[in-house]
Design a protein around this ligand. Structure first.
Ligand code: ADP
Length: 320
């Protein structure tokens, strides 16, 4: 292995830059030439590729987003697109690839690996929706952003004795809602994996208010099955209390990465390069019990993400 490429793909997440930096610097240290591929698979198909040196990734460790840019690519998913991607990589003499992205991006990486390219996948997504790793790069930062918002909303909700519904990201995976609800002291969290009763939530809001609680924070994952506006309307009607909606949206994707995300990104990047230098088969980097793991890429993607129902129950107990 002489020349490797690195790309970021799908939704961006804080820590992607830290991963790119680690790949470039560890790669050069291992005697490899490292090429940056811009705009994910779209840029790969268009040959938007250039060599990166140590300085080109200076001053990015602390920056959210991705200097390589990111994109979604419908073209890449077609047989012709995949063929073209392989041709471009061959033209540039790139034999190994580090792909930083979510489930879709890593599946694209798996397709490339089946064409003989060594692919190392890094879990770059705020959603924490990959089954093979305890945490993904960007999740910790996103949850901290939500916690900051909850704390500010709590201040004003107390003053006005309001209920606030906070909508967070998570179309299929409720981890952002679950962890921010747990650590932020929410009255209830609604997640895609477990059906909630709005009636029970309303009863809880009223009972808490009777006991002197000044505010209620409800965290709704966007894929919970009930739209946040509908939730606000139902709570307003059933409790008769002033209820407001805050949609955090893309705020959750930005910001300087936390210690956890920088560390995870850096260690996964370093491991990916080490494996490529050793000519290892394609793998997916992640973390389990605080240790960096590198599972077979195909097997990793077969692992189903399960919600931690004990955490969910704990939110219930703590907010009674
Ligand atoms: P994420 O990586 O954040 O999950 P997407 O699902 O949008 O984001 O995937 C990013 C890109 O990866 C897509 O635009 C597409 O080019 C590629 N991709 C997504 N799903 C697949 C798949 N099942 N097989 C092959 N490539 C895929």
């Amino acid at each position: 292995m002489r020349r490797i490429g690195v790309l970021t793909s799908g939704g961006d997440s804080p820590g992607m830059n830290a991963a790119v930096r680690a790949v470039v610097r560890c790669g050069i240290d291992a005697g490899l030439e490292v090429y940056g591929i811009y705009r994910g698979y779209e840029g790969l198909l268009d040959g938007e590729i250039e060599e990166l040196d140590r300085r080109s990734v200076g001053d990015i460790l602390h920056r959210g987003g991705t200097i390589l840019k990111t994109a979604r690519s419908e073209r890449f998913k077609t047989p012709e697109g995949l063929e073209r991607a392989e041709t471009v990589l061959k033209t540039f003499g790139i034999e190994g690839l580090v792909i930083i992205g979510g489930d879709g991006s890593l599946r694209g990486g798996l397709d490339l690996s089946k064409r003989g390219i060594k692919v190392m996948g890094l879990p770059g997504t705020i959603d924490n929706d990959l089954g093979y790793t305890d945490f993904t790069i960007g999740f910790d930062t996103a949850v901290n952003t939500v916690l900051e918002a909850i704390s500010k909303i709590r201040d004003t909700s107390s003053s006005h004795e309001r209920t606030t519904v906070i909508e967070v990201m998570g179309r299929r995976c409720g981890d952002i809602a679950l962890y921010s609800g747990l650590a932020g002291g929410a009255e209830a969290v609604l997640i895609p994996e477990i059906k909630s009763s709005v009636n029970d939530i309303c009863m809880k809001i009223l009972m808490s208010a009777n006991k002197g609680k000044e505010h209620s924070i409800i965290v709704n994952a966007e894929g919970s099955g009930i739209s946040s506006q509908e939730l606000v309307d139902q709570i307003t009607e059933k409790t008769g209390r002033d209820t407001r909606l805050v949609v955090l949206s893309y705020l959750q994707r930005g910001g300087t990465p936390t210690l956890s995300d920088r560390t995870l990104a850096t260690l996964c990047g370093a491991k990916a390069v080490k494996l490529l230098a050793e000519e290892s088969d394609s793998r997916a980097m992640g973390t389990a019990g605080g240790i960096i793991t590198a599972f077979d890429l195909e097997e990793a993607l077969e692992q189903k993400r399960e919600i931690d129902s004990e955490l969910y129950d704990l939110v219930e107990v703590l907010s009674k």
